[in-house]
Design a protein around this ligand. Structure first.
Ligand SMILES: [Zn+2]
Length: 231
């Protein structure tokens, strides 16, 4: 995983106009992403709600634009210390999903992380991957993003998901998502039955992986240390 660049912190606008916003926990990589997020924050109540929840977290979320060569429109990931919501920078050519749709989707995953529904594990090469994520988590992220979707957002997969959801319910829509996420299961990895997650997490730890998970294994969460200077 590439080291993440945190170029600078610009949060004053939010602090002056939104008293509930916390300086400590959400950071923007540059002014452009901050202005763009401010715009959708002001326009969509859902985005405001999600953002405010993340801003009350004890963890640090970094919001940034990624690089053109990246294939996905957006991604939620970690370096083991901070959480990153990365969005593909809009350019002149076709840009499939709006920023509000991408934000709603990735923030849903971030909030799943906050609840301990999903986590990350680090393999021996140092790369972090999601753990305990299943098709229901993706379905929740798709469903949430529909709340802020405009007509141009519905021309591709999100539009198909909407039709599946409206005609067959969430389970049918989640089933259909397996064509987009073939490695994910319809079996709930994050069943409210906490024991299941504990067993899954222990298995990862036993195999020598480091876990970064908000719930159940706090002693295994890597502590913030010198590596923070990588940012
Ligand atoms: Zn997703």
């Amino acid at each position: 995983m590439k080291p993440k660049m945190l170029l600078s912190l610009f949060v004053l606008t939010f602090v002056t106009t939104k008293p509930e916003f916390s300086l400590a926990v959400v950071k923007f990589a540059d002014e452009r992403i901050e202005e763009d997020i401010q715009r959708i924050y002001d326009r969509f109540p859902l985005i405001k709600k999600q953002f405010d929840k993340l801003s009350s977290s004890e963890l640090t979320y970094v919001i940034q634009y990624g690089h053109d060569e990246e294939q996905c429109d957006a991604i939620f990931e970690t370096d083991g210390h901070n959480l990153f919501l990365t969005f593909r920078q809009p350019k002149g050519y076709l840009y499939l999903y709006s920023l509000q749709v991408c934000f709603a989707h990735e923030a849903t995953h971030a909030l799943q992380f906050e609840r301990g529904q999903i986590g990350f594990y680090q393999n021996k090469d140092g790369d972090w991957s999601a753990v305990n994520i299943d098709l229901w988590d993706e379905a929740e992220a798709f469903k949430t993003s529909l709340e802020v979707a405009g007509p141009t957002d519905l021309v591709g997969d999100l539009g198909i998901f909407k039709r599946k959801y409206e005609t067959g319910g969430l389970e049918k829509a989640a089933q259909w998502l397996s064509c987009l996420y073939p490695t994910l299961s319809l079996e709930r990895k994050n069943n409210p039955d906490v024991t299941n997650i504990e067993i899954a997490n222990r298995l990862f730890i036993k195999k020598g992986y480091k876990l970064f998970c908000e719930a159940y294994q706090p002693s295994e969460i890597p502590q913030q240390g010198n590596e923070i200077s990588n940012l």
